[in-house]
Design a protein. Structure first.
Length: 407
């Protein structure tokens, strides 16, 4: 199994974007030294006070100069904001700087309304999946000079190194993105650190829809990669502390309030209320809570710990863990219990994370209120209907807040 890494270029406490990029370069060098397969950088807009990575095509030029063998790429360039031809030109230029080792990770995501307006992005598209598929097709055709004679773009070209063209990957966090990747016959990377509960369904949709030979870059057989957050340490307590800031950030995303900066370890522990020391048992040395256990699958993960020195030690430990193959991702999506573990922690499900979600806390409060309320004598069926309506409203609000925060 190949291991890779994706970096979001988080701004360290008291630091600037210059410090964030310096840390990203150092992480890429370490990943190459450790033998990782690829190193990707992400794209986010409107969060410059926390994440410096807004233009992966620019940062990748620096990484091309700092590395020699490891593959570098975007995780992902947000294609809905740009012209496919411009994206192809950018990756063609990167191929000239790092011949034969560039990955063009293609994804989509909306930012805040203000950020999308500033980028000139149309937030409401009549057929978003078809639009995204066509944009990916266009990028690949430009990169591989595959437009037929007589096509309006047949005479357009992009810079090339003469080596293998940039390898396109489809990135996403839903079964729809997996279906698009399969239809195009391209490799697929699922953002398990965002929506781990959809991992199995998305990869299944990818494999079911896979059609080899659709594009010049199409594969003969499916190839999938799962991106997760991984935290590794020598002790349970150290692992719990390292992952606390990432878990606190995810909790903030659920509430729809990210705050103005990434919390420190102590601040995160205060927010979470506990360090959960049971989740990092060294006997369960895995690099992911869920994984793709098929031949030819890869695994990548965001470098999510806050301090760069600790992040690099965690990366080193995770690489040495030699994860074993297992039979499943989460559980059967149509039946058994699906893990929702460790969205941003990387702890194994076996750690029995004691996560008290906002919905469960709300239910507990409601039960206490009903015990002391005159309405407690209402028929149980009526109380059940009221509770279900309230739970649906709570879940809908959480999903909207998460969607807005994630962009």
């Amino acid at each position: 199994m190949d291991l890779s890494a994706v970096d979001l270029s988080p701004i360290p406490a008291g630091g600037t974007a210059a410090d964030a990029f310096e840390n990203t370069v150092a992480a890429a060098k370490q990943a190459e030294k450790l033998g990782y397969s690829r190193f990707w950088v992400a794209e986010h807009h409107g969060r410059a006070e926390r994440l410096a990575g807004t233009t992966p095509e620019v940062l990748l030029g620096r990484l091309a100069a700092a590395t020699a063998e490891i593959r570098i790429g975007s995780g992902a360039v947000l294609l809905n904001h740009y012209s496919p031809f411009k994206v192809a030109e950018a990756f063609g230029t990167l191929d000239g700087l790092a011949p034969g080792r560039v990955d063009a990770g293609l994804g989509r995501a909306n930012g805040s309304p203000a950020a999308d307006r500033a980028l000139g992005t149309e937030r409401r598209v009549e057929s978003p999946n078809e639009d995204h598929e066509e944009r990916i097709r266009a990028v690949v055709n430009h990169l591989y000079d595959a437009y037929p004679e007589g096509h309006p773009y047949a005479d357009l070209s992009v810079p090339r190194s003469g080596a293998e063209p940039p390898a396109p990957w489809v990135l996403g966090s839903s079964p729809a993105s997996g279906e698009i990747a399969g239809t195009l016959g391209l490799p697929y990377c699922f953002a398990g650190f965002i929506r781990p509960g959809f991992a199995e369904r998305a990869v299944a949709a990818y494999r079911e829809a896979f059609d080899p030979g659709t594009l010049p870059a199409s594969l003969e057989s499916p190839r999938a990669m799962l991106a997760i957050n991984a935290v590794a340490a020598d002790t349970d307590a150290a692992a719990a502390r390292r992952r606390a800031p990432a878990e606190a950030v995810y909790r903030r995303m659920q509430r729809g309030n990210l705050g103005d900066r990434t919390p420190s370890v102590e601040e995160a522990i205060d927010e979470l209320g506990e360090t959960r020391p049971d989740a990092g048992d060294p006997r369960r040395r895995r690099v992911a809570p869920v994984g793709l256990r098929e031949p030819g699958d890869d695994r990548g993960g965001p470098l999510a710990t806050r301090r760069p020195d600790r992040r690099r030690r965690s990366d080193d430990s995770a690489h040495g863990a030699r994860p074993r193959c297992g039979p499943r991702i989460a559980r059967d999506a149509g039946g058994g219990r699906r893990t929702r573990s460790a969205e941003l922690t990387g702890a194994h499900r076996g750690g029995r994370l004691r996560r008290a979600s906002a919905t469960r806390l709300s239910r507990r409060r409601d039960r206490r209120r009903r015990r002391c309320s005159p309405r407690a004598s209402a028929p149980s069926a009526l109380r059940g209907r009221r509770r279900r309506r309230r739970d649906r409203r709570t879940a809908l609000g959480s999903r909207r807040a998460l969607r807005t925060a994630r962009g």
